[in-house]
Design a protein around this ligand. Structure first.
Ligand SMILES: *Cc1c(COP(=O)(O)O)cnc(C)c1O
Length: 395
């Protein structure tokens, strides 16, 4: 036995195996599309965040190829040294216009946007008031902040008010932070009520629109736009990695906020800028969203079709309000079995179990995209019907 065997890690891995939570990654053998290849088999893909089908869209691919010819494959440095290309600034201007905000700053991902922005805008003597189901990157951003953290029950406005009343006289800046759309249940944050409470008690609001960028709002501008609150939500996080189809994240808001992040957003300062192909493909995506609602319309139409179909069959789809549709199976084993049998029937829908979701609420999670055809969805419903009856989930 050698110190270099890292036995302490093997022990931890064994613990995972004992708990039944050790897993291997699914390997995608093709581009991410409505149908894809997994383990050598073509299946209908219901597990991507590629809401609009942009990840493999011809216009985005063309833009990326041209960007490589014009600008190379890398930005060459962090933004604050010499990695800040004309095209980075153009993308940010385009996003600001699209979001109806004064300014935007891009980051390497939605994750780093949260990890950079939360600790930059909050400090010792401040408090962050966070929905208990917020995303891991928000949790990590809060950990990096010197501010105190308090949680409120998921989307429970009475509990939010209780928490605010507890802390409101003890802190300088008070920031309420929430996902715009919650990724496991597909429910939308109660932004109108949150903003109302924030204004009543002098809090600022921070909304992470990772699952709402390109999904909610008339052209996919996000949850604040969806509720007509673009000028009353102080900080909006967006991702370029989900509906936009590429990779990256951004912060949208007032010019002073963006200038501050220019000086204090650590991933912005200390990690290399987005590569040109990514920047240009994202610009193309925003152009498409600005030109037409064709993609968002089709995504919503498909989402309604699948949700209605699943409900008519008798499945429990929780309280989803977006294209994220869970099919709740109950215990972990049942959800895993449902996912496994669906795959055999030609449908890939990942199972999600404890501790990601509560015990007894294990599920397969589906995300329908604009790129799915009616035939894909009918085939999906046939597979769900067959497997659901087999497993006693429906009659
Ligand atoms: C996916 C997600 C992120 C991370 O976005 P990336 O661009 O993939 O890093 C951040 N916040 C929420 C709420 C998410 O769902």
């Amino acid at each position: 036995m050698s110190i270099h065997d890292l036995d302490f890690i093997t022990e931890k891995l064994n613990e995972l195996k004992d708990q039944g939570v050790y897993r291997k990654l699914t390997v995608l053998g093709s581009a991410s599309g409505p149908r894809c290849v997994i383990n050598g088999k073509e299946v209908i893909n219901l597990s991507s965040n590629n809401y609009l089908g942009f990840a493999n869209h011809p216009r985005l691919k063309e833009a990326a190829k041209k960007a490589i010819d014009d600008w190379g494959v890398g930005a060459g440095a962090v933004r604050t040294i010499i990695g800040n290309m004309t095209i980075h600034e153009q993308l940010e201007e385009k996003l600001a216009k699209f979001k109806h905000v004064e300014a935007v700053l891009t980051f390497q991902s939605g994750f780093t946007a949260n990890a950079g922005c939360i600790p930059a805008v909050t400090d010792k003597g401040d408090v962050i008031i966070s929905d208990e189901l917020n995303h891991a990157s928000i949790i990590d951003g809060c950990r990096l902040s010197k501010a105190d953290l308090v949680r409120f029950k998921h989307s429970d406005m009475a509990d939010l008010e209780r928490v605010i009343l507890e802390v409101k006289d003890k802190y300088k800046t008070k920031m309420i932070i929430t996902d715009g759309v919650f990724s496991m249940d597909g429910d939308i944050a109660k932004l109108p009520e949150i903003v109302e409470l924030a204004e009543k008690y002098g809090c600022i609001t921070y909304v992470d629109d990772a699952h709402s960028s390109g999904v909610l709002g008339s052209n996919g501008q996000g949850s604040a736009h969806h509720f007509g609150l673009s000028d009353r939500v102080d900080i909006q996080i967006g991702t370029l990695s989900k509906a936009i189809g590429v990779v990256g994240g951004y912060v949208a808001g007032k010019r002073n906020l963006i200038e501050w992040l220019n000086h204090r957003g650590r991933p912005f300062l200390f990690s290399t800028a987005l590569p040109p192909a990514v920047v240009m493909a994202c610009m193309e995506a925003v152009d498409i969203l600005s030109e037409t609602t064709e993609y968002t319309d089709r995504m919503w139409e498909n989402a309604r079709y699948l949700k209605d179909g699943l409900n008519k069959l008798g499945f429990n789809t929780g309280h989803s309000e977006t294209p994220i549709t869970p099919v709740i199976a109950g215990d972990d084993r049942k959800a895993i079995e449902l996912s496994h049998r669906l795959f055999e029937e030609g449908v890939f829908a990942q199972s999600i179990v404890f501790p990601t979701v509560a015990k007894g609420a294990a599920r397969v999670r589906t995300i329908v995209t604009a790129a799915h055809t009616k035939a894909d969805l009918d085939e999906t419903l046939r597979a769900f019907e067959k497997v659901g009856k087999e497993l006693g989930l429906i009659k």
